[in-house]
Ligand binder design. Sequence first.
Ligand code: ATP
Ligand code: MG
Length: 196
Amino acid sequence: MGGTFDPIHHGHLVAASEVQATFGLDEVVFVPTGEPWQKEGRNVSPAEHRYLMTVVATASNPRFTVSRVDIDRPGKTYTIDTLKDLHEQRPDTELYFITGADALAQILSWKDVDALFGLAQFVGVTRPGYELSEAGLPGDRVHLQEVPAMAISSTDCRERVARHEPVWYLVPDGVVQYINKHQLYAAAPASGPSAP
Ligand code: ATP
Ligand code: MG
């Protein structure tokens, strides 16, 4: 499951857990992006913070692991490279790429889209506010799955922190503590001379 994970939240974790159970997956590998090409123009937190929050959030599940392939690869992150690297590390493994309805709808704009479906099957999961559809995608390589609706986004979590509103129960407890410890998502200090 690829994502920016800025921060990882319970929407990601529920989706991963549901797909793991439905497809009987041995392992769900969370892959935090390096430089996400779709998110140019907004400040994405340093990869190391996003990686560590993902580790904290997944540590208690024996089937969940976190991979550094995208954050250690220089340059922008493309899913085709993610899948090639994971395939190289696990040549005999059947790969399933888990994505939310919003990301699935964009897949046709991804780099090397035809090769993508050769490297992995795709599982699109429901997400509140987005329509889940496999229109235009190869039906034999794309699966759709309904998961419990979690109306949570990383964007909303970041905005809440900036407004000093709680993110308890939207993200795992350890992630709340990590955000506080490292002062992530604090509102940018106002420019100009500081108040006396
Ligand atoms: P942002 O608001 O920063 O874009 P996000 O909440 O969309 O963050 P991402 O890291 O962009 O999280 O998403 C990673 C993957 O998880 C994507 O495939 C996305 O569709 C999926 N996803 C994110 N949130 C949910 C959710 N609440 N339910 C189902 N899938 C989700
Ligand atoms: Mg997103």
